[in-house]
Ligand binder design. Structure first.
Ligand code: NCD
Length: 397
């Protein structure tokens, strides 16, 4: 039996899709969030990448376009060589002291795409922290050797703390949050939005035309304002402790007209802070514990695993997670253009037999992560302009 609750906003001024006004103007951000965002940005542009709330619609779409341009340019040898010149004079540190496969490797691949040499610390036992050095001092030291810190850390808020610490150093370098505790994973959310946008744009639309491969119109036209309007996106699984879900929900607030569905065991429901944020942005949502009854309505479904590493006393062992799994027998209910996403790693909540379906977008998601992270790094260092110029010189007919 489904437990359902709906929300449709609290009267924040909603601008229609396609409005030219910056969505920051309609922003119902609390003064506290606005203050946090301001301390992470420089000249109203993202500098440290810590919170998904830092990205407005325009910034997200610009990143998606840059990612598209990078993948097009990098296709040919000369293009890939051009990209590798962009940041060959900068160095990155990947400070990943929590397990990671994809995020770590996709950041290393992204650094390679833009020619940025990198180094890594993945195990605290190899650092001077075992001699009693504080983590703050480790970060201060890193800031003297490198031009960018990309980090994953088990502590909620630690990436934000690092940003403030770096702001106080004479040499301030940016930090990118590659996952902070149960809290946020903004770069995963960016690659998720990129994957959703590409997937929705690829679906046939009434009268929707297209353009030659590689043309400027193709890249620019992909992000039309109505792409998410009327779309139902379901988040399924451990929504309480999944940081990717939280960050993506924040980003989706920038897409008026989208409808969100949170399907989870009652004890693992999405946080009230996220629901409050959705109401501030007039995003309609529903919560439920019944995946089967909703699956046929979904335009995208975002599956997640049980995050039992955060259990205090094995409490999630009691949960019947099979009810929050996507199984092969549900496929007949899928809309033909539905997109299945998963941040990975997966367990049994996403049946491997679904991998062959056209709806399976999780391998695309992995690859999109590399392009999106390359776009993000390039943008932080203002190399997005050179990418745009190169693209227009070589790919505009
Ligand atoms: C996620 C993470 O680490 O938050 N994975 C990822 O970065 N792609 C999801 C997870 O661990 O379940």
């Amino acid at each position: 039996m489904a437990t359902t609750e709906t929300g449709t906003g609290t009267g924040a001024q909603a601008l229609g899709p396609g409005s030219d006004e910056d969505d920051a103007a309609r922003t119902p951000n609390t003064p506290e969030t606005a203050r946090r965002v301001a301390s992470l940005n420089r000249n109203e542009k993202v500098f440290h990448v810590v919170l998904a709330q830092q990205f407005d619609r325009q910034a997200i779409e610009q990143l998606c376009r840059t990612a598209d341009m990078i993948r097009a340019i990098g296709h040919a040898r000369e293009g890939a060589q051009f990209l590798r010149t962009l940041l060959s004079h900068r160095r990155a540190m990947l400070y990943f002291i929590q397990p990671s496969t994809r995020t770590f490797l996709s950041f290393t691949a992204a650094c390679q795409v833009v020619g940025m040499p990198y180094n890594e610390v993945r195990d605290r036992s190899t650092s001077s922290e075992v001699k009693g050095e504080s983590e703050d001092d480790t970060i201060r030291v890193l800031s003297q050797y490198f031009d960018l810190i990309i980090m994953r850390h088990p502590g909620e808020g630690f990436a934000e703390h690092v940003a403030h610490l770096l702001n106080d150093m004479p040499r301030t370098i940016p930090v990118i949050n590659g996952g902070s505790g149960k809290d946020q994973h903004p770069t995963q959310a960016l690659l998720d939005i990129y994957t959703l946008s590409r997937s929705f744009a690829a679906a046939p639309r009434p009268g929707g035309g297209d353009s030659k491969r590689g043309s400027e119109r193709k890249v620019a036209g992909r992000y039309s304002p109505d792409l998410f309007v009327g779309k139902t996106i379901a988040f399924v699984g451990d929504l309480q402790r999944g940081r990717t879900v939280r960050s993506l929900a924040y980003l989706l607030c920038r897409y008026p007209g989208v409808r969100l569905l949170f399907v989870s065991p009652p004890e693992l429901q999405i946080g009230e802070d996220i629901l409050e944020y959705l109401r501030r942005y007039d995003i309609s949502y529903e919560t439920s514990d019944d995946l089967r009854s909703h699956i046929g309505d979904c335009d995208a479904v975002y599956m997640t695993r049980l995050q039992d590493e955060w259990d205090v006393a094995g409490e999630s062992k009691k949960i019947d997670y099979d009810r929050f799994s996507l199984s092969e027998d549900m496929a007949k209910q899928f809309k033909p253009n539905m997109a299945i996403l998963h941040p990975l790693p997966r367990r049994h909540e996403l049946d491997q037999r679904l991998d062959v379906l056209p709806q399976a977008k999780y391998w695309d998601q992995v690859r999109n992560g590399m392009w999106m992270r390359a776009a993000l790094i390039a943008t932080i260092f203002n190399s997005d302009v050179a990418i745009r110029d190169h693209y227009h010189d070589h790919y505009t007919f």
